[in-house]
Design a protein around this ligand. Sequence first.
Ligand code: 4AD
Ligand code: MG
Length: 444
Amino acid sequence: TDAEKIKLGDGKDVKGTRVRVFGRVHRERRQKDLMFITLRDGYGQMQVIFSGPLAKTYDALTLTRETSMEIAGTLMKVPEGAHAPNSRELHADYFKIHAGWKAAGGEEAITNRVSKGTEQATLLDLRHLTLRGETASKVMIVRDAVEFAFNTVYKELRMRKVSPPALVQTQVEGGSTLFKLDYYTEEAYLTQSSQLYLETCLPSMGDVYCIEKSFRAEKSLTRRHLAEYSHVEAELDFITFDDLLSHLEHVMCRVLEVTLADPTIKQHILDLNPGFKMPERPFMRMKYSDAIDWLIKNEIINEETKEPHKFGDDIAEAAERKMTDIINKPIFLTHFPAEIKSFYMMRDKEDPRVTESVDCLMPGVGEIVGGSMRIFDYDELMAGYARENIDPTAYYWYTDQRKYGSSPHGGYGLGLERFLAWLCEQHTVRDCCLYPRYFGRCKP
Ligand code: 4AD
Ligand code: MG
């Protein structure tokens, strides 16, 4: 046929025109001599009506969900009171199921049709099929838009994108979560963070960012830990800690604005998270020491020691989330003690026990960003390595930055899956990546 080929969400105002569409059968039902199909492609859904002899062909009578179809017909407005995507339906006059396009039946495994009790593990084994479900596909489509928005916003800020290596010989966030590998007989790791490499770009490229995979050999099963995740990292030159916080707040809000500017994406977000509200600026700022006091006052104990929190404690995931859920808005938690943070963090001038560091916490998820000002003095950095028992040899290139024109600089890393878990109100970060990797899972 010579009818125009359109995507299922397109051509909203072409009622009365003849079009050709391709997609998969999302749903089908019969009513007397009519057959109704909801056809799906990655751009939308369309209701298609088959009537007369077309509804009685062998292929129509044996049609299974997920079968791929080519259909031609005329777009019409749906009758008053009836509901269909985009308030229209396609009156088919031709269809073809080409060789190999038929689905084998039994597609109930596909999400949204999976019975409530289906085991998480089974669903994850079937990720290649559950990705076809409405929720999973919406989250993935929002993810694409968010990633694009980060690029847009960083470009607005004249920041340059770089692509640091994934195979490295230095750790960034502690030895306990390193994936080690045999690199032509040398020891190497999968990168935990691109931060150190971003820092080396500042002298010649200006402010930089990257969106790369980071890897953590996390041995616990939680809602927010993956072994492989997408890390949005940025590094800014000649700034103060306050500049870092304002930048971060701007980027997060502007990314949301840019993402929501697309009506399809906005609708997906509202479908997934009906209560979504833009966070209010400025974000609440809370010092670590005040958070400890807050936890004591609210009788949230340290799960590890079974005692009230005290200065110097790591605030564990559960306590952090309780606090964030009660406060129920974004929090910049700042000034963590040096001892519970990484070797590179700048100390606070006024209170050298603590660092110029920040975690951004979101309701429902907790920490989604970690950042800090970086030590830019050579001797202080040496002391940092020593405190963390790091042999500086492999870090010669990072240390060199402190010898050749050092500068006050800082940056952060944002976990893309955690940002999405918050934005799309998903229970776990596992539902925010295409094929999640975590303790015990490396398939499909
Ligand atoms: O707090 P983290 O460990 O900080 C860094 O890696 C810094 N070097 C980043 C920087 O300053 N450039 O990790 C940053 C963020 C966390 O706040 C969290 O959102 C995410 O990365 N993240 C994880 N996301 C999923 N699974 C994991 N196992 C994660 N570990 C960290
Ligand atoms: Mg952190």
